[in-house]
Design a binder for this molecule. Structure first.
Ligand SMILES: NC(=O)C1=CN([C@@H]2O[C@H](COP(=O)(O)OP(=O)(O)OC[C@H]3O[C@@H](n4cnc5c(N)ncnc54)[C@H](O)[C@@H]3O)[C@@H](O)[C@H]2O)C=CC1
Ligand SMILES: O=C([O-])CC(=O)C(=O)O
Length: 267
């Protein structure tokens, strides 16, 4: 029996995910959950990539084994919390939502109530395993720098006081805590939240966000130091054509998490 999943959100990540798993025998997209007004576009995607999926505005009450969130911060409270309370496990991409005070505790309580688990995916960043392991021995500093081409920062506070279309040199658009980065840049700083939740926490992880006309990739850098030693990581991610804010690796990370639910051997 294939694992029946409900996909929450059907944008750049959701569509690419459905494309990648459409021939997986162990997985069945049973529902696609989108807000009112987005059903027609989702129906079109379902027609091409998930013909058995119902397009809905909420996770169905029956017959769902797992929810996969790829929608945005608001979807955690709206769809993930209720699913967990009903005992449905969840895979979450919008990790930055956990920067809202109280939400991590609410997620834990909902999962406990439902006797299930919520998995925050690594998404566009690597070395989350190393960072979370290093935390066991004690971490001293964790620094994260996110660098993207100017167009990836459109529609964010990065536009205040600067014209991203004519940016000639790199501009630091944010310096501060991972909590503030995730709150102010909900579509661009999920990685900041992920790095901090695996490491030193949302308030002690220092974050720099940079708009850089000299790069074409989404560049993520982590420097961590602690009892384990130190590491420096640089990721140069290809953005998705459908959304320059989002790296293709985020899709692959979600697909990996999904496939791991049914694979007999997992790495
Ligand atoms: N962990 C990571 O490394 C990353 C996480 N993300 C997260 O993934 C989210 C989705 O990314 P993309 O697919 O590139 O965005 P997108 O804008 O292309 O697609 C978002 C989709 O979600 C739907 N949606 C929006 N609000 C919703 C709600 N409350 N309930 C259900 N559906 C809703 C939209 O209609 C659309 O179909 C981002 O907003 C971000 O929070 C994105 C990139 C990296
Ligand atoms: O996909 C990426 O490169 C990272 C991203 O948008 C985020 O951290 O929210």
């Amino acid at each position: 029996m294939a694992l029946k999943f409900a996909l929450i959100g059907c944008g750049a990540i959701g569509t690419a995910l459905l494309e990648l798993v459409k021939n997986d025998a162990g997985l069945a997209a049973a529902a696609i959950v989108v807000p009112a007004g987005s059903e027609a576009a989702a129906q079109d995607v379902a027609g091409r990539l998930a013909p058995d999926a119902q397009v809905l505005q909420a996770v169905p009450a029956e017959s769902i084994d797992l929810v996969v969130e790829a929608a945005g911060h608001a979807a955690i409270e709206q769809h993930v919390l209720p699913a967990l309370k009903r005992g449905i496990p969840a895979i979450v991409a919008s990790v930055g939502a956990l920067s809202a005070p109280g939400l991590p505790e609410q997620l834990e309580a909902a999962a406990r109530e439902g006797g299930t688990q919520v998995q925050l995916i690594a998404g566009a960043i690597g070395a989350i395993d190393a960072l979370a392991a290093a935390r066991v021995g004690g971490l001293e500093t964790v620094r994260y720098t996110g660098r993207k081409p100017p167009r990836a920062w459109k529609g964010t506070p990065a536009e205040e006081g600067r014209d991203l279309d004519t940016l000639a040199a790199e501009a630091v658009i944010f310096e501060g805590s991972a909590r503030d980065a995730a709150r102010l840049f909900p579509k661009n700083a999920n990685v900041a939240a992920t790095v901090s939740l695996a490491g030193l926490g949302l308030d002690r992880t220092t974050v720099r966000l940079i708009a850089d006309p000299a790069v074409t990739e989404n560049v993520h850098q982590v420097e961590a130091e602690g009892a384990f030693g130190r590491f420096e990581l640089t990721m140069r991610n290809q953005p998705l054509a459908a959304n320059p804010k989002t790296s293709a690796l985020t899709v692959y990370s979600a697909v990996r998490a999904l496939r791991s639910r049914v694979a007999p051997l997992v790495i």
